[in-house]
Design a binder for this molecule. Structure first.
Ligand SMILES: [Zn+2]
Length: 487
């Protein structure tokens, strides 16, 4: 346990994570098992994420709408694979207004069915296409093993749902949104991710194919940070989402859905934070700078407070900041408190700074100190934020590369998976049996199957295609796939 009341990562990674969530006041357990309360510090991060991602979703032509929480049970049953995948984790409402309902209502685990029921009404002609809608909502999946932000019974997310006239457009949309997620993860979360395809065993229930972005956490485990599904006509057929083409022929639409959730907050914590608490990439930090004034007499207080007005003049309009001038806490206590809460920069202003007309800037991630003169404060703070954003990304990428391995035979693979936390590239024949056996024997799953050059998207750092043999059965393989233990 550190002075900050946080278990060290080395001692117990999972407890370290929960300590940060609790001590940084991001979230808390609800009296309902598996549900989560998102506290203001956590919700402010979600709002920053929402604002950035919402802008990117709209910039690619989508509009927001809202669909209901309740879904008639019969809707979920219309797509066989979908119901099989989701029914076991559905919460079902059987009574309303004190009466037994004629048809039970499912609380949405995801909204394909209710949304496509509406699309069937709205879409008539090729002129109505494409339909590009996103919704920000909560969903419920009855999870048995839950962990704050990472896996909770109710969570917040966005789900995009689109309908197109051709399979090519559907595929293009699926990839476009995957790439939007990659950019969001890299540019805002400072989180390097690997884009790629999911195997049949790992795809979304009801999808033709699923693509995902995968990130590595500091314990070497993978976290699926976003998914984009090409649904083909799997939903448009049962829900009769049809349109008349230019020659008046009825055709079924080609559809996609894609989503990211509040689990991204869990990813942020596990990718960047340290034993002193939360570390936030500046672009998602609700407060970028905390100013801590220092004084030990009334006279000093007066001088420092007057000087703070000049410091404000440097910060206003340039960064979001908070001045912690509470008198009941000592500066050292405040430093620790704001480090715990992940404010990217600290600006210390004491009597000596007043005399020198300067200030001391401290970075949360490196603890690097910089002496500034007053007239440079605004620019220096802005620069430090940019540097920190970039450094966090570079550090996470270097960490992933240092913890990524190759294995050619199953023995080596098993040793690597059990002794070296991280990702392993290994050959696989494409067979479900081999995939299952590895999962049972090592707990590692296929995180991603790399894109091919002709896919137009690149799986970063993927080894080039090469002849090889499946590590399990020895059948020929043309590609290594990425294995790892996952959250
Ligand atoms: Zn095999």
């Amino acid at each position: 346990m550190s002075d900050y009341g946080i278990t060290s990562r080395e001692k117990d990674f999972s407890q370290w994570y929960l300590d940060i969530v609790q001590r940084a006041e991001l979230g808390d357990h609800s009296p309902v098992r598996g549900c989560m309360v998102i506290r203001p510090n956590g919700y402010a991060i979600w709002e920053k994420m929402q604002a950035a991602l919402d802008g990117m979703i709209k910039a690619t032509g989508h509009r927001n709408a809202y669909f209901p929480l309740f879904i008639p049970e019969s809707f979920l049953k219309k797509e066989a694979e979908h119901v099989e995948g989701f029914a076991p984790e559905c919460a079902v409402v059987t009574h309303g207004g004190g009466r037994l309902l004629e048809e039970p209502l499912m609380i949405r685990p995801t909204s394909e069915t209710i949304i496509y029921h509406m699309y069937a009404k709205w879409i008539q002609s090729y002129r109505d296409l494409p339909v590009l809608i996103n919704q920000w909502a909560n969903v419920v999946r009855w999870e048995m093993r839950t962990r704050l932000f990472l896996r909770t019974t109710e969570f917040l997310w966005q789900e995009g749902h689109t309908a197109h006239a051709t399979p090519e457009e559907g595929e293009e949309e699926t990839r476009r949104m995957l790439d939007v997620y990659r950019r969001f993860a890299e540019e805002y979360m400072a989180l390097p991710v690997l884009m790629g395809k999911k195997t049949a065993a790992e795809k979304f229930a009801g999808a033709l194919r699923t693509y995902s972005i995968e990130a590595m956490m500091q314990d070497g485990k993978a976290l699926q940070a976003g998914t984009s599904h090409n649904l083909g006509q799997n939903f448009s057929r049962p829900f009769e989402v049809r349109f008349q083409d230019e020659s008046q022929q009825w055709q079924y639409c080609w559809q996609t859905s894609w989503g990211v959730s509040t689990r991204l907050i869990g990813a942020l914590i596990m990718a960047h934070s340290d034993d002193q608490g939360l570390v936030l990439p500046p672009r998602l930090a609700p407060i970028e700078v905390v100013v801590v004034p220092i004084w030990s007499s009334d006279e000093q207080q007066q001088a420092v407070r007057a000087y703070l007005e000049e410091v404000r003049g440097q910060l206003d309009g340039r960064v979001s900041y908070h001045i912690d001038d509470r008198d009941q806490f000592k500066p050292g206590w405040k430093f620790a408190e704001w480090e715990l809460k992940g404010i990217p920069l600290r600006l210390e202003v004491g009597p000596r700074d007043v005399a020198k007309r300067g200030a001391v800037l401290v970075r949360r991630d490196t603890r690097e100190k910089q002496m500034l003169s007053l007239e440079d404060v605004g620019t220096a703070v802005r620069e430090a934020l940019d540097h920190m954003q970039r450094d966090l990304f570079d550090r996470a990428l270097a960490f992933r590369r240092e913890h990524t391995y190759m294995a050619d035979v199953y023995d080596d693979f098993q040793t690597t998976i059990s002794e070296k936390p991280g990702f392993t590239w290994a050959h696989w024949c494409g067979g479900a049996d081999c995939e299952t056996r590895v999962a049972q024997e090592t707990k590692a799953t296929i995180r991603t199957v790399p894109f091919e050059p002709e896919d137009g998207l690149e799986t970063q750092d993927a080894p080039p295609p090469e002849q090889g043999r499946c590590i399990v059965c020895g059948q020929p393989s043309l590609r290594r796939v990425l294995w790892g233990k996952a959250y």
